[in-house]
Design a protein around this ligand. Structure first.
Ligand code: SF4
Length: 233
């Protein structure tokens, strides 16, 4: 059968967060994740029996993406770096990847996920993935996940990546500060958004003041502001 991509959903929307917020994009959401964050808002991509998905051959998925005709494509999940994204590239399209930052794309992987699924892929092509806009979201302690030191160091050393953190309170902002110090991350590359799935959770000017005072960028979460927790937005 050859290599297959598990896809949870494909939809058109605006990029809600990070360094390209507002951009009209096609989202390709992959099934499966190597983490189990407590506050994950896409648990249907990794909790067994909680969501449906479909397997696609590379040419088939590439064809669907091309047919949609939207030149800005976001690979998200779940965790998209578990899959061979370099096989989906069309030269005239632009690609953005939302990753939890625990996987190095240029290394091969063979892992068993928390739900028991085995995932295997070859190393991705270095030149191809350097064309992508990588948004790396290391998880804070509020997610009950651990930072992968080697892969975070990898991402810090790649100037085609930016970092996005989701914070609930001042302690979370301090934790981002500590990570930026520990890993020597330029704060101009860091975007902080506010945790929550209600409009109210996104309207906290005092938190934004603190984010800016600390020297970080603020990331809106436009999809939450506009549509709340609605799926495919
Ligand atoms: S890394 Fe992302 S998709 Fe995976 S469990 Fe955490 S929040 Fe959910």
């Amino acid at each position: 059968m050859g290599y297959l991509f598990p896809v949870s959903e494909i939809f058109e929307s605006i990029q809600g967060e990070g360094n390209r917020a507002g951009l009209r994009c096609l989202f390709v959401r992959f099934q499966f994740c190597n983490l189990t964050c407590t506050w994950c808002d896409t648990k249907y991509t990794w909790l067994k029996e909680s969501g449906s998905f479909k397997w696609y051959l590379p040419a088939e998925l590439k064809g669907i993406i091309r047919q949609k005709g939207i030149k800005e494509v976001v690979f998200t999940g779940g965790e998209p770096t578990l899959f061979s994204l370099d096989q989906l590239v069309d030269p005239e399209f632009n690609y953005h990847v939302e990753t939890n930052g625990t996987v190095i794309p240029t290394l091969p992987i063979e892992v068993q996920l928390p739900d028991g699924t085995m995932i295997k892929r070859e190393a991705m092509n270095k030149n191809t993935i350097e064309r992508f806009n990588w948004v790396v979201s290391p998880k804070l302690s509020n997610s009950r996940q651990k930072i992968n030191v080697d892969s975070l160091k990898y991402w810090v050393g790649r100037d085609f990546s930016t970092f996005k953190f989701i914070c609930s309170n001042d302690a979370d902002i301090q934790e981002v500060q500590q990570i930026a110090d520990d890993y020597n991350i330029d704060k101009n590359r860091v975007y902080i958004g506010l945790e929550g799935v209600s409009q109210k959770s996104q309207l906290k000017p005092e938190m934004v003041d603190k984010i800016v005072e600390q020297g970080f960028n603020f990331s809106p979460r436009l999809h939450i502001l506009l549509w709340g927790a609605t799926r495919k937005k």
